[in-house]
Structure formats: C-alpha cells, structure tokens
Design a binder for this molecule. Structure first.
Ligand SMILES: [Zn+2]
Length: 148
C-alpha cells in the first residue's frame, strides 16, 4: 500500500467520510494505530482487524472480486471467531485463488463513492492509543452489522 489510497474532498475522505483532523488525511490517520501497535502486542494481535476494518471502508482499493473476498474473509473470521493462524491460512487461500486483488488503476483514476459508516478511522484516532483496543473491537462490531 505504498500508493495513497484515499482522497480528501472538502475536508472529508471521499469514501469512508472520515474528517480531516490535525491536518491529517484519512490515510495518514490510519498510520497512527499502525505505529501504536508496534509498542503494544495486544493491539498488534488484532492487526488483521485493524487493516480489514480500514480497507473494507475503502473498496476502491480493490477489484470487485477482491473486495467481495475481503468482506467474505472478514465476515467468516468474525462469525466463527477465527484466531490469527486460521485467518492467515484462509487469507493465503483466498489470495492464491484470484491472484491480484488490488485495483490495477492508479489511485487518482479510481471511482470512489461515499458510504455512511457509524465509525471510521477518525474515531480510532480521536480515541487515542489508550483506547485503541476497545475502539477497534467496537469498530469491528459496527462494521459487521453494517455490511450485508
Ligand atoms: Zn477514508
């Protein structure tokens, strides 16, 4: 994900609706919990959930099939309470199945449409490092109930 995956318009992410805070774009906000988890093994243990919650709110990063598989993996892992090794095993199978799941179009050429989510990376950032785990678990629950 070297590419900037989000675009801000009028101070809001064009896809997930996160507001710009402290001059940070949606993708820059996402950088914060990724740093926090380096110091916090219990947060790092939830890495899959952090990344998949964020990415589910940014479908333009994926091909249509890639996005469908991401949502499917998230849903199955959530509903079955999979641990990390089960998730990784399934993830390898899924990626092996279709090869490239990232959208081949350059970031600026992708179609983005705004969808309402009750929680975004904005909430995780604002809650701060201290509440990151609780907020991530809440974010995961919200997304599970908001995806079909
Ligand atoms: Zn966003």
């Amino acid at each position: 994900m070297a590419d900037m995956i989000t675009i801000m318009e009028s101070g809001k992410c064009m896809e997930c609706g996160a507001k710009e805070i402290d001059g940070l774009s949606c993708f820059e906000l996402f950088g914060y919990p990724l740093v926090w988890e380096h110091q916090a093994p219990e947060l790092y243990a939830l890495h899959f959930w952090l990344v998949s919650c964020y990415m589910i709110q940014h479908p333009s990063h994926y091909t249509q099939e890639g996005y469908r598989l991401l949502v499917q993996l998230f849903t199955e892992a959530y509903d079955h309470g999979w641990n990390n090794s089960e998730i990784q095993k399934r993830n390898r199978e899924v990626v092996g199945q279709i090869g490239k799941i990232a959208n081949p179009l350059a970031s600026k050429d992708r179609n983005r449409s705004l969808k309402y989510w009750s929680m975004t990376i904005e909430d995780l950032y604002l809650g701060g490092e201290e509440h990151a785990i609780a907020n991530l678990l809440k974010w995961r629950d919200r997304i599970r109930s908001e995806i079909k």
